[in-house]
Write a protein that binds this ligand. Structure first.
Ligand SMILES: *[C@@H]1O[C@H](CO)[C@@H](O)[C@H](O)[C@H]1NC(C)=O
Length: 494
């Protein structure tokens, strides 16, 4: 029933963790809350560009994105839609799978195409900052504003003669986001053009002396009206509305205030049809989920490719060089159990652990996301025994795989203590390392090759550690205050 492996992962994780069923955005948040049903009417059928966050409430990266995302929503108010959907809700899960969501948060920019109801859907993989998000969304706002000149203004005025027209006189050669958004709000109702102030005949025709100026021509025989108010969206919308009403999905809370809010259907109807999107007639099952696709595919977009195995460190020297040099950053090592016979198969726990790490590494590599290195260390490598002994793992059953993470530079290590080596559990552990969460132990003296005891760094304070970890994860911003800094943030998983 569940369309993708990632959702199975999610489903099994849900049984393991205490879950907050509520979304992370409160009712009064500037972020528009969606479900699988309202996505279609509010986003797919909109004339406006949207960004949609697919999230799960328990996901740490989703929570850290929240301040930037709400800030982006405020900045884009009236220009584009900033929405979020809780993929943790049962009724939304199939939909999130159909949209190809494999990790949280996933951000997708939905751009209307020429075909109504069939938008272009692209992953947003830029910085998880308000600025990064706003810039990318603004770049995707369609431009329905005619750029007119003295030569063709009359022709444009003569088209669809009965339809009201508005002309922005400006010194700019570019089309501002605001005027583009207004043209979308009034699409089909008022045609909008812009004309540069060097087109003097046109200025003269409408008696415009100062730019910027906005002129409304309510109809073929009506007197043109010059707008004199603030160059803000709300008063301009009111001014234009005397000629024609804006479209139903005119964006912005200012516009939304004047009309009844759509009732969240989710509340009044039980989720009797969990696969509502699959029922949509206009979904083309052969569409792919790439940049040119105009709608979500019915097929899970991801065809799992077997992940290549993680690299093996087969000598003590390679372990030292990779993970135990004084400057080595975070490393994850799977210390494999010793086999009783040379060719004996590894126990299931070890093969599971290796498969989980391979999947996690592969997933990051496919996304071009940073992850610390993951290595397998066979028992035959004496470096494995040395580490086990130094870290006090000797007492453990030699038949068990040990997953450890260590950071020589910062002098800490930690051990995976669960008995389940499945993908979800191991990935949650990897994720906690990335976030700098969870308890660390001090690496015993003498493990770091060539380090003087006095130059070895102490185990950092928890907060500093989280920051340091974030630095390692390619300058990931975990501090909301840092959100405006021009840092690039990787697309994080679950
Ligand atoms: C989208 O634009 C068309 C005109 O092209 C208009 O008729 C329609 O109402 C708009 N859709 C929404 C949802 O506002």
């Amino acid at each position: 029933m569940l369309p993708s492996a990632s959702l199975l992962f999610v489903a099994s994780l849900l049984t393991a963790l205490p879950v907050n069923a509520d979304g992370i955005y409160p009712k009064n948040s500037p972020v528009l809350q969606l479900n699988s049903k309202t996505y279609n009417s509010l986003i797919a059928k909109s004339n406006h560009t949207s960004i949609v966050e697919f999230y799960a409430p328990w996901c740490g990266h989703c929570q850290s994105l929240k301040p930037a995302y709400e800030k982006a929503a405020k900045n884009l108010d009236g220009l584009a839609k900033v929405a979020a959907i809780n993929c943790d809700e049962d009724e939304n899960k199939p939909f999130c799978g159909q949209m190809g969501v494999q990790g949280f948060p996933t951000l997708k920019i939905v751009t209307p195409s020429k075909k109504p109801g069939k938008p272009r859907v692209e992953d947003y993989k830029g910085a998880r900052t308000a600025k990064g998000i706003v810039d990318a969304v603004v770049d995707h706002i369609p431009n329905h504003v005619k750029r007119a000149s003295d030569k063709d203004l009359d022709k444009w005025l003569g088209q669809d003669e009965d339809r009201p027209k508005a002309i922005l006189f400006t010194e700019k050669g570019t089309t501002s986001t605001l005027i583009r958004a207004l043209a979308i709000d009034f699409l089909g109702a008022i045609d909008i053009a812009q004309i540069r102030n060097k087109e003097t005949a046109s200025l003269k025709k409408f008696g415009v002396t100062d730019v910027p100026a906005l002129v409304l021509i309510p109809g073929p025989n009506a007197e043109p009206k010059i707008y004199e108010g603030d160059l803000k969206k709300k008063p301009i919308t009111e001014f234009l509305s005397q000629a024609a009403k804006p479209n139903p999905d005119a964006s912005g809370r200012a516009a939304a205030d004047s009309k009844p809010k759509p009732k969240p259907k989710q509340k009044s109807k039980p989720a009797s049809k969990p696969t509502s999107v699959a029922d949509e007639p206009d979904i083309n099952p052969t569409a792919s989920q790439d940049q040119d696709s105009t709608e979500p595919s019915l097929k899970p977009a991801h065809v799992p490719i077997p992940a290549p195995p993680i690299p093996t460190l087969s000598t003590p020297e390679s372990v030292e060089a990779s993970c135990l040099a004084p400057k080595s950053g975070t490393c994850v090592l799977a210390l494999l159990p010793g086999a009783s016979e040379p060719d004996a198969a590894l126990p299931q726990s070890a093969t599971d652990a290796l498969a989980s790490l391979a999947d996690i590494g592969h997933k990051h590599a496919q996304r071009g996301a940073h992850l610390f290195p993951l290595y397998a260390v066979p028992a035959i490598n004496s470096g494995s025994g040395i580490l086990r002994e130094a870290l006090g793992l000797q007492a453990d059953d030699a038949q068990t795989v040990q997953l450890i993470a260590l950071n020589a530079r910062r002098g800490w290590w930690r051990r995976y203590s669960a008995e389940d080596f499945g993908g979800v559990a191991v990935e949650a552990w990897i994720d906690s390392i990335r976030l700098g969460e969870g308890a660390k132990e001090k690496l015993p003296e003498g493990i770091i090759i060539g380090a003087e005891p006095e130059t070895k760094q102490p185990v950092a304070e928890p907060e500093a550690e989280a920051e340091a970890e974030a630095d390692e994860a390619d300058a990931e911003s975990v501090e909301p205050e840092a959100e405006e800094a021009e840092q690039t943030v990787e697309h994080d998983e679950l």
